[in-house]
Design a protein around this ligand. Structure first.
Ligand code: NAD
Length: 286
């Protein structure tokens, strides 16, 4: 029987730390404030917005919700983001994506200054992830994978890790972050051959393919840690990338879906917000 790595206890520990840090900021007259920009009413966007808002309320941060119609003009959106860049009361901005097709997502994302880019929209933030220094923050989901591993006490240094998926949102940054913690990383993707064999050799498997049940019993062995980032919905229920019932009796530890990485991602977003507020407050003192 594997250890089930639930997200709730990790998120709770993070919430307690964040509440204490926010209290200290408030004593100095600063309340971390998150701007959430949403276009239209996509249910997934509304769900993430509500989760982020609830988490902010729980720890004492503020949220400014900015909602535009789905046919909002790109120039209007860019003007709003530039106002956020110049608004000292806002410390981070979450732009809910994907944006409607008539909008050039790259142009809009690049309007945000990396210092307030708490979910790694911009090339500047991505550059910082890869360089290990500079302004900006890593993507929240990628950072959530690291929080889950580190806070659950798993050794990363010297371990062999396989990341399934190479998107800029999850796979690639997770691979870099694991490497920065001295894991030996293999990044796999839809064209990888012998995926099962590569995975069996790993100590840690992070799956972010978005394909239900691709990680079967043939991919795993005893002693492994499986971080399942996938969220796959068939309309009736949500499952991860791992075939949980098959894999769980074999491995040492596994995150469930739902109830695993998702809630830690929200906690990480707010952690980045507080990091940003602290950094702004330090700069404004100088
Ligand atoms: P994406 O579609 O951009 O990328 C998927 C990656 O997986 C690609 O690099 C592709 O090459 C690879 N892939 C696809 N099928 C594969 C296969 N059969 N074998 C090996 N590799 C394969 O997706 P994404 O945005 O990176 O998201 C990945 C998953 O993570 C999705 O299910 C998404 O819903 C989920 N997600 C979860 C959270 C969270 O907070 N838990 C956040 C973001 C994304």
């Amino acid at each position: 029987m594997a250890e089930i790595l639930k997200g709730a206890p990790v998120a709770k520990a993070m919430a307690e730390e964040l509440a204490a840090r926010i209290q200290k900021l408030k004593e100095r007259g600063i309340t971390p404030k998150l701007a959430i920009i949403r276009l239209g009413s996509n249910p997934d966007d509304i769900y993430y917005e509500k989760s982020a808002t609830r988490f902010c309320e729980r720890v004492g941060a503020e949220v400014k919700s900015i909602v535009y119609p789905a046919d909002c003009e790109e120039t209007r959106l860019i003007r709003r983001i530039k106002r956020i860049n110049n608004d000292d009361s806002i410390h981070g901005c979450l732009l809910l994506r994907p944006l409607p097709k008539h909008i050039n997502e790259f142009r809009v994302s690049e309007a945000l200054c990396p210092e307030k880019d708490i979910d790694c929209l911009t090339v500047g933030s991505l550059g910082s992830v890869f360089a290990g220094k500079g302004a900006g923050f890593p993507p929240c989901t990628a950072q959530a994978v690291m929080e889950m591993l580190q806070r659950s006490g798993f050794e990363i240094q010297g371990k062999s890790a396989v990341v399934i998926g190479r998107s800029l949102v999850v796979g690639r940054p997770v691979a870099i972050m694991l490497q920065q913690e001295n894991a030996t990383v293999t990044m796999c993707h839809s064209k990888t051959e012998d995926l099962a064999e590569i995975c069996r050799r790993a100590d840690i498997i992070v799956s972010a393919a978005g394909q239900p049940r691709i990680v079967t019993k043939d991919f795993v062995r005893e002693g492994q840690v499986i971080i399942d980032v996938g969220i796959n919905s068939n309309g009736n229920y949500i499952s991860g990338d791992a075939d949980f019932d098959e894999v769980e009796p074999i491995v040492a530890a596994i995150t469930p879906v739902p109830g695993g990485i998702g809630v830690v991602t929200t906690a990480t977003l707010v952690k980045h917000l507080v990091d940003s507020a602290e950094s702004f407050s330090t700069k404004s003192k100088q």
